[in-house]
Design a protein around this ligand. Structure first.
Ligand SMILES: Cc1cc2nc3c(=O)[nH]c(=O)nc-3n(C[C@H](O)[C@H](O)[C@H](O)COP(=O)(O)OP(=O)(O)OC[C@H]3O[C@@H](n4cnc5c(N)ncnc54)[C@H](O)[C@@H]3O)c2cc1C
Length: 805
């Protein structure tokens, strides 16, 4: 056996083999895979082998499309069969909301180049003749859906990897992974120790145990899952005899997926009465066995399936496959560099290995070899969960995700499991004030405050929700008086040391402010992609604060530590600094009543240390509402005291608490972009207009400078613009196509209702040469083409007089 390697991939399931193949495909050949038994000895061998592109996240859907197209390439390279059946598939909708979700998916597919189609009951009966369409409104047809042979496909990946120079060591059990001082790894196996520059955890069912060898907790959990294969069915035999094959049918109402298997059918269920498996860890003795059949937990699902597919009622059951596979709390894989560890990579939590395995392998290989993936993969980045996550949180979330596998996902939906997990000292005070809570990165965040007979629960919807009036009331209160909310959901970092300014100048593309001042800056990847949108505050020449998205803490800290420098310390203080934002024309009067400081010379983007009530605070004159406003930060121990001070002083000015729904409406008035909507690693600073914050004149070779300068010279091909939309009862959410002259010319990044202006607003990309003020376009919202026009003048305070005044 080799004793040194550039990469040791642990695990020979479909994911490990795909990673190995993609490493060779992108040019690394000194790579090896270690498998404790034979290849496919985890969940891979008993998979049903189905694949599809449908995924709520657009980039995940694109990677699923890549995976599916890859199988032909694998067959050509290796001469092996993946047992491909490209039979197409339909997803049924039995109610309006489900149909809305399919319409929204179809719309996204237009600019992704996916040829899906909405079909009605009559066509459904033609495509999938065994379906009882009673109560069905329509379906989404995807010609790319199909199934394959899980074992054959895994071995094809393995063969292709070997052809690229990779080594595969079976019956090689990894017992330990020990890091050396230089960041490389000793991988201890039953066959000896391998010295590897990089380690990849593709341990599937054992990923938790493999992670623990390096001291890492991976937030995933295995669930039991069952599918049945029937004896021959005459109606299926007739289709086969006529030269056809029955397509896949997903029936979300019945929580089932169905496809042809031999001359019969195979049907699997995501039942509500599901069960987590191996709660305290996966036994090393588990291997090629199945779990005992359990019809009790799927009785209701089977009865539903008999009504939807009556042929099943007459069919005998040939075999039952009941096995475990792993899920992360949100159902997406855990991929990428593990925060806090050098040269340790994650490729686990992949619940749909045959839809996603290729995309996971490609992404990880790009990240390892080229330094960054080609697209925004935050939806599957292992860093989307912070170090606050625990098995006690993961398990109920994974159960919830399993149960909701086929449920409608609404853009405004707040999932209830494992809540509240993390709260600030304001939780009970805000609850008493009517807070209707959402969750962000484990943290409870008020969406709005229900007053009087306003609803205490926001109904999930694709259209304007029942929180519309409460949100409008909060927006108007801010614009006409003063509003208050917490600054708990900002990621906050403390940067200290003699080299702090130099480091910031290198990490951030923008100008780094002088003491007492605040600036805004993009953070770029080496390829010039947006990896952060930061506020930088200078307290002293050697001490700075950064604020950014709360949900990106692990993502940002990973980048900061990868780019660490002597003479500077970076600390995540997100939960150690808290406080409030007050905004609106009366904000200064409220603050003035709470401090002895003279606020007359306190300019926009100034920063001061100030005593507010009894609390020592850092106060910044800046507000994401686009209004006159202040962010007031303090020690969380002083937060309740600070609250009572501001709240009491605010009473005579009619102060009103406001939540995230109002915040998102307020920022639209000024066309302020939002992280992971307008600003993400899919886009560059020039495309989004954030290049206005890049300091090309500063004497620093900041990361991404060359790429940003090149784009500055050539100009971006597309540009972020704002639209006013003639919407009815549904506003833009994200990724709706923008039609121009009968063709899809762009897409939306986000949208909503401006309660201040009484208009539906969207933001999105158009080709630069078309992006002119007043351009008339159409935006497809839930299958309906809505007239829209490009607008360039902000709806509120267009000249910034109030914000700066
Ligand atoms: C009943 C059922 C039906 C399914 N149907 C589908 C489907 O239709 N479509 C779909 O896409 N997905 C399906 N899945 C899910 C699919 O099986 C998984 O997504 C996929 O198998 C995950 O592959 P993996 O490589 O991540 O993990 P695994 O297959 O679990 O592989 C992990 C490998 O790592 C090895 N390993 C672990 N620890 C060590 C160690 N210390 N040293 C050496 N080797 C180690 C194991 O032996 C194993 O071979 C189904 C799953 C089940 C249970």
């Amino acid at each position: 056996m080799k004793t040194t390697t550039q990469v040791a991939v642990i695990g020979g399931g479909v994911v490990g083999c795909s990673v190995l193949y993609h490493l060779t495909k992108l040019g690394w050949s000194d790579v090896m895979l270690l498998e404790r038994s034979e290849l496919t000895s985890g969940s891979t061998w008993h998979a049903a082998g189905g694949f599809h592109t449908l995924n709520g996240d657009t980039n995940m859907a694109a990677l699923q499309g890549y995976t599916i197209r890859l199988y032909k390439e694998l067959e050509e390279i290796t001469g092996m069969s993946c047992g491909l059946h490209h039979v197409g598939g339909i997803t049924l909708a039995d109610n309006r909301d489900r149909f809305d979700m399919l319409l929204a998916e179809r719309a996204k597919h237009r600019f992704m180049g996916l040829e899906t189609e909405i079909v009605g009951p009559e066509e459904i009966r033609k495509i999938a003749p065994i379906t009882n369409t009673d109560g069905i409104i329509g379906a989404l047809y995807d010609p790319l859906d199909g199934h394959l042979d899980p074992s054959g496909t895994t071995h094809a990946y393995a063969k292709a990897a070997r052809m690229g120079g990779a080594t595969i060591e079976t019956h090689c059990m990894v017992h330990e992974t020990n890091q050396r001082a230089d960041g490389t790894w000793d991988v201890v196996t039953n066959k000896g120790t391998i010295h590897a520059e990089h380690v990849v955890n593709a341990g599937g069912l054992w990923a938790r145990e493999v992670g623990a060898m390096a001291g890492v907790y991976f937030p995933l959990h295995p669930m039991e899952h069952q599918y049945l294969v029937t004896d021959s069915i005459p109606q299926i035999e007739a289709i086969i005899d006529a030269g056809g094959e029955h397509p896949h049918v997903m029936d979300p109402a019945g929580e089932s997926y169905l496809r042809q298997e031999g001359r019969g059918l195979c049907i699997g269920f995501y039942e509500q009465t599901c069960r987590p498996w191996a709660v305290d860890g996966t036994s090393w003795d588990f291997g090629h066995e199945l779990l005992p059949d359990d019809f009790d937990k799927i009785t209701d699902s089977i009865e539903f399936a008999y009504r939807r597919f009556p042929v099943l009622a007459e069919a005998g059951v040939k075999s039952v496959i009941h096995g475990p596979f792993t899920f992360a709390p949100d159902g997406n894989p855990l991929v990428g560099p593990v925060p806090g560890l050098r040269n340790y990579w994650s490729a686990c939590g992949v619940m749909a290995g045959f839809s996603q395995g290729g995309g996971v392998g490609l992404t990880l290989a790009q990240w390892m070899i080229e330094g960054e993936p080609e697209r925004d993969v935050f939806a599957m980045d292992v860093a989307r969960f912070g170090d606050w996550i625990s098995p006690g949180y993961t398990r109920p979330k994974v159960i919830e995700n399993y149960q909701k596998r086929f449920s409608v996902s609404y853009p405004n939906e707040e999932l209830p499991a494992a809540r509240p997990a993390r709260t600030t000292p304001m939780y009970d005070i805000f609850t008493d004030l009517g807070a209707v809570w959402g969750q962000q990165y484990g943290l409870e965040v008020p969406n709005y405050f229900a007053q009087g007979d306003e609803p205490g629960y926001e109904t999930p919807s694709f259209r304007r929700s029942n929180a519309f009036d409460a949100t409008g009331r909060e927006v108007r209160a801010v614009r006409s008086g003063v509003g208050i909310n917490e600054v708990h959901n900002f990621g906050k970092y403390r940067i200290v040391g003699p080299a702090a300014r130099d480091w910031l100048d290198r990490i951030m593309a923008g100008r780094i402010p002088k003491p007492g001042r605040v600036s805004l800056t993009p953070m770029l990847s080496p390829k010039g992609k947006l990896i952060g949108d930061f506020t930088v505050s200078c307290l002293y020449e050697t001490e700075f604060r950064l604020t950014a998205s709360y949900g990106s803490q692990a993502f940002h800290m990973r980048w900061f530590l990868q780019n660490a420098q002597d003479g500077v310390a970076v600390e995540n203080i997100s939960d150690r600094q808290n406080g409030f934002q007050i905004a609106g024309p009366k904000a200064t009067q409220v603050l003035a009543a709470c401090t002895r400081d003279d606020l007359s010379g306190f300019r926009f983007l100034d920063l001061r240390r100030m005593t507010v009530g009894m609390a020592e605070c850092i106060v910044q004159r800046v507000s994401y509402t686009g209004d006159l406003g202040y962010e007031i930060y303090c020690d969380p121990m002083a937060q309740r005291q600070l609250w009572w001070t501001l709240w009491q002083a605010g009473q005579e000015h009619g102060i009103v608490p406001f939540g995230m729904r109002a915040m998102m409406s307020l920022r639209l008035d000024k066309f302020f972009g939002s992280w992971m909507r307008e600003f993400s690693p899919d886009y560059t600073a020039a495309e989004t207009g954030l290049d206005r914050f890049i300091s090309f004149s500063k004497n620093a070779d900041f990361i991404g400078r060359a790429a940003a300068e090149a784009e500055r010279a050539s100009g971006p091909a597309r540009r972020l613009v704002a639209f006013e939309v003639d919407a009815e009862d549904a506003d833009v959410n994200a990724y709706e196509p923008v039609w121009l002259g009968g063709k899809v010319a762009g897409f939306c990044t986000s949208g909503g209702y401006s309660h201040y202006a009484g208009k539906s607003i969207a933001m999105g990309f158009l080709p630069t040469d078309r992006a002119a003020d007043g351009l008339e376009v159409e935006i497809e919202i839930l299958g309906q083409l809505c007239k829209a026009r490009v607008i360039s003048e902000p709806l509120f305070d267009a000249d910034g007089a109030r914000m700066r005044g």
